[in-house]
Design a protein around this ligand. Sequence first.
Ligand code: CAA
Length: 258
Amino acid sequence: MTDFEYIQTKVEGELGFIELNRPHVLNAINQKMVIEILDCLERYDEEESVKVIVLTGNGRAFAAGADIEEMATVGAVDIELKNQFRSWDHIAEIKKPIIGAVQGFALGGGFELALCCDLLFAANNAEFGFPEVQLGIMPGAGGTQRLTKLIGKTRAMEWLLTGDRMSATEAERLGIINQTFMPELLLEETVRFTQKIAEQPSLSVRMIKEATLKAVDMSVAEGMKFERKNFSLLFSSEDQKEGMQAFMEKRKPNYRGR
Ligand code: CAA
């Protein structure tokens, strides 16, 4: 995939990488970058050899938010009609796990993108926050909703209303990120972890991701119905037969993703 201007992509083994790539502006996300990220996610979702997607940033930020220069002069009508940030909603439709690796700043729209990831690792120098309030706007790509669902109203209000930046340690304590690493180990450790998921039977991974995301929006009763449906469905897969047969024969399973 070479036809992107603002992201770098590569497939290594079973992992598909997306690196935000405007380091001179701390990977500020412009409208075209939003389209490119989504386009690449969809391509990886279609590509059978890719099992898990890893999202990172080039340089000293994951992303320092939406591109303020691009946003500074637009009006409400343009925001309503052309704002690509609403595409972040489509990220939830990506079926493969998306693992974020955050070094440096993840602010505003960058933090919102990180919150769309299924698992999040960070360098211990990472800083998260929603500085929108200090610019006379507010988060517009899920910040008020996703952060609140994740850490609760009282805590979310604190960060959303002040625009203060939270450290990686604080983000880990609040359950926003899975684990922190030394900056120089972040990618290596993220890949090591991601590899564990890539080795699992991909239909199970897909069904588990789908059911777990439902838990965020549905009641437990509705979510349970969904979980049971996916659970039953997996019993029609070759990998379920192979996984259980391999267990009984005391050998390593040979999964085919079917
Ligand atoms: N948009 C455009 N350019 C940005 C940017 C952004 N969000 N963030 C940083 N840059 C640019 C800076 O203008 C600067 O460019 P120049 O070298 O040409 O001057 C370059 O990146 C490096 O930034 P700094 O010199 O400011 O670096 P620093 O280390 O002193 O500060 C920072 C880093 C604290 C992250 C600071 O850059 C900053 O506050 N950035 C803006 C963060 C922000 O407000 N983000 C929210 C945007 S709104 C949003 O995201 C809305 C939404 O919900 C969709």
